[in-house]
Each structure stands twice: as C-alpha cells, then as structure tokens.
Design a protein around this ligand. Structure first.
Ligand SMILES: [Zn+2]
Length: 138
C-alpha cells in the first residue's frame, strides 16, 4: 500500500475516534506495521475495527486485526497454488508458521524454513527454533 492510501484510511479512524488518539508518532508506528498490506485489506481491517471497537483501535488492535488479515490472505492464495506442497511438519506445507505469543497471545505469522516457504517469498520474519520458547503454535 502507498503512503497516500494509508493516509486516506487512517483518516477514517481519526474521524471516527478523534484526532487526539492518533498522534504523528502513533500513526508512524501503525504505518510500519501495516505497510505490507494492500490498501483493500487495510480498508477491510479499518471497517472491521470501526464496527467492532468501542474505543480507538491503537497499535495492539491493529496488529491483531492485520495478523488475522494476513492469515485470510494467505488461505485464499493457498487454495490456488499450494496443493501438493505438503511434507513440512512445522508449516504443513503452507510456508507460514502461525503462532501466538505466550505472554499476551498476540497472533503472529512467520516464514517457515522450508521449500514451501522459499517458493512463496513471504515478507514475514523467519521462524527459528529459538522462537519456540516465546510462542505457541496456533
Ligand atoms: Zn515448512
């Protein structure tokens, strides 16, 4: 998504929840978190948050909602291209490792360290064995 598209979408939150919640600093952090999403996905996330969040959604909510969107996006793709790519027990051939942080249960997606992931060029951080102590599989 382009910065201008992001601005347009953020304005929807600002007009719903008020300017005070969305300082320049906070908006910058949100931008870092969501820039890999498409505008359409981010727009859907905003819509969902506006309909579901009673209070201004900040970085934690946006992370949760965007992680969910990544999962949906991925599942859509996987139906078309992934059949027959099984074999890896960590990601079950999907290339993506879906986990939750043990401390706050935030959902995260990582890129698996296997052939299925290499084929797909995901932007998620690389999954490593060291992560196992801080995350649990979904
Ligand atoms: Zn794998």
């Amino acid at each position: 998504m382009k910065a201008a598209e992001f601005e347009t979408q953020i304005q929807r939150l600002v007009s719903t929840y008020g300017k005070a919640q969305y300082s320049e600093e906070r908006v910058k952090i949100i931008w870092r978190e969501v820039q890999s999403l498409s505008e359409a996905d981010f727009s859907n996330i905003i819509e969902k948050m506006i309909s579901e969040c009673r209070q201004a959604p900040l970085i934690q909510e946006i992370k949760d909602y965007s992680a969910q969107a990544k999962i949906v996006q991925f599942n859509k793709k996987s139906n078309h291209t992934l059949s027959g790519q099984g074999g890896c027990s960590t990601c079950k051939g999907t290339g993506t490792v879906l986990v939750r942080r043990l401390d706050d249960l935030t959902p995260w997606a990582f890129r698996c360290d296997c052939e299925a992931a290499k084929l797909r060029n995901f932007k998620y951080p690389q999954w490593a064995n060291a992560h196992k102590s801080a995350y649990k599989y979904v």
